[in-house]
Design a protein around this ligand. Sequence first.
Ligand code: PLP
Length: 382
Amino acid sequence: MTEKVYFDHNATTAIDKKVLGVMMPYLEMQQGNPTSQHSFGRHARTAIEEAREQVALAIHAHPTEVIFTSGGTEANNMIVHGAAIKNAQSTLVRSNIEHPCVSRPMEALTHQGWHQDLLKVNHEGVISKEAYKNINANNIGLVSVMLANNETGAIQDMSNLSNFAKEKKALSHTDAVQAFGKIDVRFDDMHIDAMTLSSHKIYGPQGVGALILNKRSDIEPLIYGGGQEKNLRSGTENIAAIVGFGKACELISESMKITSTHTRELQKTLEMSLKELGAVIFAENVARLSNTTFFAFKDIEGSTLLTALDKKGFAIASGSACSSVNKEPSHVLLAMGIDEDLARGALRISFGNQNTIHEVNNFMETLKQELQTLKQLTAIAA
Ligand code: PLP
């Protein structure tokens, strides 16, 4: 069998060797507890504070604004619950394409006295300025709009979010898990209150991320205990993972421009060939991540094609990795008004820095053959 090809970097990325290198000493040796006052503890504390600076530097935030969490899911739950509890019975506003770790906690809160209002995307997966005008609620506890969508890669205009939040005097948040490392993400320029990051999407370890929270914002903790992370996230820190996340942030800042130029070239080649085969590319005409292509072929089921391609060594996704057990069509595509049958065909390719044009060409050859086989089978069955 030929070498396997990984085209699913929006799901997770392989840890960078340099990242692993800085983590190993913290896994192999007695690292101490960062809250201890002896030299072991102080050493661990220093390592965490250095990582905090690396994260802050990468997104133009202040180190005191970085709260380490166990990943993007926790950071998103933390801001939703944390903001909601500070503002009982308020309305929580989000886009209708948010990741489930924003939408589900909000939905859960609607059973406990909070309200929810949705900002609706257009056919290209973008929230227009006008969409904000449809939100009439005034007591808004939080407004959350993701920076880049994990399925389509469509990028939202953060100035619309910050203007709306300012007008409504609401706390504003963006889930930047997919955007970070792929486009320039500057917390200081966005004029919003909070942002979510995840390490394993940027060649760092899994199980670590951060909520970036500006000093003006006051939220209630999700996890209580020893008071770590400014009382907002108790629990002994995962030092090796935090150190790895810091290093991944440093590396991604250095390589982002080169990587995004490279993935844009791969994306162009891929999409040209896909269109020649008759594919529909979602969110094709809007600002989109350079590594992400979400597409479908009419009358071809996505999961069937995914399985066939997997057997040939190509790892791609059929939508959000976190909901791949879910057989329902992508909620993002349905929110965009895409026909349900076409949405069932959706497949996502997300490139990473190690992918090559040779892999893209090989993929297209295999795809052509698999499509032909599937079409023949469909014809026989008909
Ligand atoms: N937000 C988005 C947009 C994501 O794509 C993901 C993961 O796929 C998450 C949040 C969750 O992050 P984590 O896996 O670190 O919990």
